[in-house]
Design a protein around this ligand. Structure first.
Ligand code: FA5
Length: 349
């Protein structure tokens, strides 16, 4: 009797297993037929009610059916799992032949690139790179550089004052208008021989145009030693210009005035666009001015406690954006800090 019941249960379970289409349905089937309170267990509970000599035979039948149902379950589970995997793979299919999405890499700003070129050119000439504060005392920006309060040369550097009026406060502060205050800071800190180059940001309260920004960079150079002459200044700047602009560039020095140098000059290179013939870029002159320079004024040396009869110095200061404009053919300085990626992306190396 029990064996018949077992055979019926087997047939019913196998048929129902065929109907299980999902892994959830399959799990339910297992609970129904093979679970601890499932149908097979219920039938097996009746084993106790049959005569003992019958039990081994019926038990063997029950075990065979149990093993068979377990095996059938596992086979069905494998089929359903494979089907489920096939569905997932189809849904999440990756087309490995599609081109990858470009990763947006950052790049160096053209000013950084040019400043690195400039500082390494001077490093090759034995100059050490130092940096200094952008918020500066009036003393370093003007006074110690031989530009007293009532000196008309202060008009050359329209200033962003940080203390009211900049004239009443005892020690007025401003955003530095040039990197020259670092001449004083360096001479206060180090004794000659000195050879430094100072890259850094400067600020001027002035209207912007194609060659002027209110925030821009400068690089300052200073050398102080016994017996330095104007020839040392010229030799240094010649070597620098050729390293940066190529060996065929011509260099011109003309008199210029800066209160902290004597004599003072500006330095130009022949226009690489027209080869010195005169064009729109050089304003028809054939020359492009890249920096101011000169021999450190004796009063400036005295201001830092150096004896001008023993020590001489030369200094220079230029605009890296102007250098970059020349090197890369950029026609307007306002592109540099407008953060337009179409401009900046051209320099990402
Ligand atoms: C000076 O600032 C002096 N400190 C340079 C100097 C240093 C002379 C040492 C002698 C000895 P000037 O104002 O000319 O000089 O500026 C120097 C350079 O800074 C200019 O040639 C130019 O390249 C750059 N520059 C000046 N003003 C601006 C501006 N508004 N925007 C962009 N670049 C500027």
């Amino acid at each position: 009797m029990i064996t018949t019941e077992l055979e019926q249960l087997r047939a019913e379970a196998l048929a129902s297993l065929e109907q299980a289409e999902t892994l959830d349905a399959l799990r339910e089937w297992r609970v129904t037929y093979l679970g601890r309170r499932g149908r097979l267990t219920q039938v097996l509970r009746q084993l106790g009610t049959i005569p003992p000599e019958e039990r081994p035979r019926v038990g063997a039948v029950a075990n065979r059916i149990k093993d068979e149902l377990e095996a059938a379950y596992e086979a069905r589970e494998a089929v359903l799992k494979e089907a489920a995997l096939a569905v997932t793979l189809a849904a999440e299919r990756v087309d490995v032949t599609l081109p990858g999405r470009p990763v947006d890499l950052g790049g160096y700003h053209p000013t950084t690139l040019v400043l690195r070129e400039i500082t390494s050119a001077f490093a090759e000439l034995g100059f050490q790179v130092v940096e200094g504060p952008e918020v500066e005392w009036d003393y370093y920006n003007f006074e110690a550089l031989n530009i007293p309060r009532d000196h008309p040369a202060r008009d050359m550097w329209n200033s962003f004052w940080l203390t009211p009026g900049g004239t009443e406060a005892e020690r007025p502060m401003l955003l530095r208008t040039h990197t020259s205050p670092m001449q004083i800071r360096v001479m206060e800190k180090f004794r000659p021989p000195i050879r430094v180059v100072v890259p850094g940001r400067c600020y001027r309260y002035e209207a912007t145009d194609a060659t002027h920004e209110s925030m821009f960079y400068q690089f300052e150079g200073l050398a102080v030693d016994e017996g330095l002459t104007f020839a040392d200044l010229k030799g240094t700047l010649y070597a620098f210009a050729r390293m940066l602009f190529g060996p065929e560039r011509r260099v011109r020095f003309r008199c210029d005035y800066f209160p902290f140098v004597e004599p003072g000059c500006d330095m130009s290179i022949d226009c690489s666009h027209c080869g010195g013939q005169g064009c729109r870029v050089c304003g028809g002159s054939g020359w492009i001015e890249i920096m101011g320079a000169g021999m450190v004024h004796p009063q400036v040396l005295r201001n830092v406690g150096l004896d001008p009869d023993r020590y001489q110095g030369f200094a220079f200061g230029g605009g890296p954006e102007r250098v970059a404009m020349l090197k890369y053919g950029i026609e307007d300085i306002r592109h540099f800090y407008a953060n337009d990626l179409r401009f900046l992306r051209q320099f990402r190396w």
